[in-house]
Write a protein that binds this ligand. Structure first.
Ligand code: UGA
Length: 435
């Protein structure tokens, strides 16, 4: 199969590299010439474990190439995947589809022979209809079928998620397009991944429903964590106790500082807008959005409480800034709200993150950035674990207690056991474990 991927961001680049690794011939396109030049030189625009090696190998095998020439790349393809950004639109929070529509307009005149054009970006219901309308308007003779193929990969585990998905969702009612998509994914469903073929609108909504459900699951356990703190119960045991019920499942029940990232915040908001516009508001998702927003800021109050009610003039050390480990992504990271809340309360912030500091520096220039976890903690009045990077899971607690001004730990990811930390002389606060 000849596959063109438009947009060399997270989804586009990972999908392109993985499709190439299946043996397909893949062209990754981006309008950002610097990004394409960097990719050609083997430099990745994002941090994703294993991606650089996967890209290098498939470039070497001549199955993966990079270009800025969208029209040329689209004209030869059996399938064109649109994987450009769909950010939240300023003002109303609805997904901004201008990039998706621009791609449709640009590829339309170039399409030659039968081509499946497929949205891989998370796009609101009806986007496929509009992409098809644009292409047919620009090029009425185009032999094209527009399908939806949402992507469910997670940052930090993107390659594994792509290659071993729980399911593949394809939205098309055209048998010819379905055959192309089955061929594109043949290596995966040979590996037992179920492929769900449905209509285009259902596929588009499935992606939003999945993300909203996961966001609701996290928000549910986060609120239960607050209740645990109030009544003296342990949220990790509650999560285990409910997660063993197969109808609930154990995943996405880790209480924390609130979900962040490039997907859940944006997608839940867009779904709320879609539902309101359709006259069928999703009140549960509206509440999830509101509760999660408040939670991030509430984490700053939790730190202040752990510091005896005030952080004015104190130094607070933050470990982890990215919205989750194994990524350099700072988008909607809880750390942003926590830092703002602590600074507003008069604290000085020192922070360390294994991959996120370059971006963090531009977003939070008033923060002092440390070389490693220990340099970060030195002289601090509290140590806050914000992101559960593996490197933070086995810190030398004795050494930390000695170098800190006051041994206070606030563990927003529950990566330590309270008794272990307290045994080293710390005052310890986890999430949903202690009052
Ligand atoms: C999420 C979904 O998990 C993917 O299936 C989806 O494809 C992707 O969005 C997308 O729409 O593109 P991602 O945002 O990369 O993936 O990361 P997650 O691992 O889902 O984490 C999202 C947020 O939830 C993080 O802030 C994380 O810390 C938080 N989280 C997750 C919790 O607080 N508790 C949990 O139990 C799980």
């Amino acid at each position: 199969m000849r596959i063109t991927i438009v947009g060399s961001g997270y989804v586009g680049l990972v999908s392109g590299a993985c499709f190439a690794d299946f043996g397909h011939s893949v062209v990754c396109v981006d309008k950002d010439a610097d990004k394409i030049a960097a990719l050609k030189a083997g430099r990745m625009p994002i941090y994703e474990p294993g991606l650089d090696a996967l890209v290098a190998e498939n470039v070497r095998q001549e199955r993966l190439i990079f270009t800025t020439d969208l029209a040329a790349a689209a004209s030869d393809a059996d399938a064109v995947f649109i994987a450009v950004g769909t950010p939240s639109r300023r003002g109303d929070g609805f997904a901004d589809l201008s990039f998706v529509h621009a791609v449709a307009r640009e590829i339309a005149p170039a399409l030659r022979g039968y081509t499946v054009v497929c949205t891989k970006s998370t796009v609101p219901v009806g986007t496929g209809d509009e992409v098809e309308r644009i292409i047919r308007e620009v090029n009425p003779a185009a032999e094209v079928s527009v399908a939806s193929n949402p992507e469910f990969l997670r940052e930090g585990a993107a390659i594994a998620d792509f290659k071993r998905p729980d399911r593949i969702v394809v939205g098309t009612q055209d048998a010819r397009a379905e055959a192309v998509m089955r061929e594109v994914y043949r290596p995966l469903y040979l590996n037992q991944a179920p492929i769900l073929v449905t209509d285009r609108r259902t596929a588009e909504l499935t992606k939003y429903a999945a993300n909203a459900f996961l966001a609701a699951k996290i928000t549910f356990i986060n609120e239960v964590a607050d209740l645990c703190e109030a009544v003296g119960a342990d949220v990790q045991q509650v999560a285990r106790g409910i997660g063993l019920d197969k109808r609930i499942g154990p995943k996405f029940l880790h209480a924390g500082p609130g979900y962040g990232g490039s997907c859940f915040p944006k997608d839940t908001l867009a779904l709320v807008k879609t539902a309101q516009d359709a006259g069928t508001p999703l009140r549960l998702v509206e509440t999830v959005v509101a509760v999660n927003d408040q939670r991030k800021r509430a984490m700053a109050r939790k730190v202040i409480k752990a510091c005896g009610g005030s952080v004015r003039g104190k130094t607070v050390a933050l470990l982890g800034l990215t919205f989750k480990p194994d990524t350099d992504d700072m988008r909607d990271a809880p750390s942003l709200a926590i830092v703002a809340g602590l600074q507003d309360a008069g604290a000085r912030i020192v922070a360390y993150d294994p991959e996120g500091m370059a971006h963090a520096r531009t977003l939070m220039p008033e923060v002092t950035y440390a070389e490693d976890a220990y340099a970060c903690a030195e002289g601090a009045d509290a140590l806050v674990i914000v992101t559960e990077w593996n490197a933070f899971r086995a810190l030398d607690l004795g050494r930390l207690a000695r170098i800190m001004n006051a041994p206070v730990m606030v563990d927003l990811r529950n990566i330590y056991r309270s008794q272990d930390v307290r045994a080293k002389g710390f005052s310890y606060r986890g999430i949903g474990t202690d009052p």
